[in-house]
Design a protein around this ligand. Structure first.
Ligand code: 3MF
Ligand code: MG
Ligand code: MG
Length: 409
């Protein structure tokens, strides 16, 4: 094992291109407890890695230069201990671990999908389940303030069904809104008591999985829900889009992010990668769609997005526990930073700039403003710049703009 680990470390070093922990800490990158602690299990998969404590995860994040950590309530507190004295003891241990490793808690989230109590969703018919859901989100708000978090995320994974007709969708959505309203109201109270800003409450959509049909399957559905009139504090609620969740329904992540941006609702962003119209494989950022990722980051940089980039991915089952921190996390962060820097290059690239300016200036046509054919003719050569810009983006991605060439035999 030692020689295998030495081989992995030697090849990692040979790869080069890594950033120092100090540079990594300059970015608002967060590492979820559940990503590092993922044991490789799934419906058809037995675990491939052992369990790991939050102390270990936070220590590794600190060493790697991941400056922020986030968690579900039940990643760290057993369900039966939620709201009990054991919770305060665990939260105290988390605070100590964060302090020791100079890591901040950025976000807390309530697990409302795994436990049997959520089988009929957190907005189930049973008033006891809904009351319990309200207790859980309120309790997470408390934990968030205790840990100094700024964001609360809600992935209502089980808000849906397998068989249609048993639930009435409008009623379920109203009940779900009641849980969010309880969280926001609790937040207003606790924030005032503690003299802290309120949390940013972020809805996260996924089009399918774990339910067959989901009531709020996309970020756009969630924007409509926020604006539906069902929320008592819509101004406190925004989105946590996840890159792959948009690809899963066949959407363009960059376009989904743009819709959130124009609504002023892009609060938080889960970063990862994967394949269109497939299940939630949660691959590390940039391993599948680096060009699309470059374009996403160009959009976010140009709009001054300053929220977290949350590494919500799963180290592959083939990666060992050693590999999770030796290879998986550092390479994910460094691909992200590289793509972020490249996005900066795109924004200042003189060719892209001149082409974009020329497109925006238009053809300079001054004739009859209602003559469609004349307008087409006046712009005819300019529109070729779309393809030229796309080519230039690929050049920047591949380093060809800096003179990288390939010899042909
Ligand atoms: C599921 C997810 C979730 C959410 C998390 C945050 C396990 O596909 O992406 O991660 O991000 O529950 O609320
Ligand atoms: Mg996510
Ligand atoms: Mg996912």
């Amino acid at each position: 094992m030692n020689s295998q680990q030495a081989l992995v470390s030697r090849l990692m070093a040979a790869c080069g291109g890594s950033y120092t922990p100090e540079i990594r800490r300059k970015f608002f990158i967060s590492g979820p407890q559940w990503a590092a602690a993922y044991e490789g299990h799934a419906l058809f998969h037995a675990p491939t890695r052992p369990a790991i404590s939050f102390e270990e995860v936070i220590r590794h994040y600190g060493d790697l230069g991941i400056g922020h950590w986030c968690t579900h309530d039940t990643d760290v507190i057993p369900t039966e201990a939620i709201g009990k004295p054991q919770q305060a003891e665990i939260v105290g241990r988390i605070q100590a671990a964060l302090k020791k490793n100079d890591v901040k808690c950025s976000m807390v989230t309530t697990e409302t999908f795994h436990h049997a109590v959520w089988a009929a969703s957190p907005a189930a018919e049973s008033p006891e389940v809904r009351k319990y859901a309200q207790f859980r989100v309120e309790n997470t708000v408390d934990i968030g303030h205790e840990l100094g978090a700024s964001f609360a995320v809600y992935w209502p994974g089980s808000l849906g069904y397998y068989v249609q007709g048993a639930i009435e969708e409008t009623q379920t959505l109203r009940w779900y809104a009641e849980a969010l309203n309880a969280a926001c109201e609790r937040d207003l109270k606790v924030a005032a008591q503690r003299g802290r800003p309120t949390l940013k409450h972020c809805l996260e959509a996924k089009p399918f999985e774990p339910q067959a049909e989901i009531l709020l399957p996309t970020s756009d559905a969630m924007l409509a829900f926020i604006a539906s009139g069902l929320l008592t504090h819509p101004e406190m609620v925004g989105l946590n889009p996840e890159y792959l969740h948009e690809l899963m329904w066949g959407g363009a992540p960059r376009a989904a992010l743009a819709r959130a941006l124009v609504a002023g609702k892009l609060f938080h962003f889960d970063i990862n990668d994967g394949y269109r119209l497939k299940h939630d494989v949660d691959i590390g950022v940039g391993l599948v769609n680096p060009l699309d990722w470059l374009n996403v980051l160009v959009l976010l940089r140009s709009h001054g997005y300053n929220g977290p980039f949350n590494l919500d991915y799963k180290p592959p089952r083939t990666t060992s526990q050693f590999g999770v921190f030796e290879v998986s996390f550092p390479t994910a962060i460094d691909r992200f930073i590289t793509l972020w820097e490249m996005a900066g290059e795109v924004l200042t690239d003189p060719i892209i700039k001149e082409a974009t300016d020329a497109l925006k200036a238009g053809g300079g046509y001054t004739g009859d403003p209602h003559d469609a054919d004349a307008i087409v003719a006046a712009n005819r050569e300019l529109l070729t710049l779309h393809e030229l810009i796309a080519h230039r983006l690929v050049q920047i991605l591949l380093g060809l703009h800096r003179g990288r060439t390939f010899s042909i035999a």
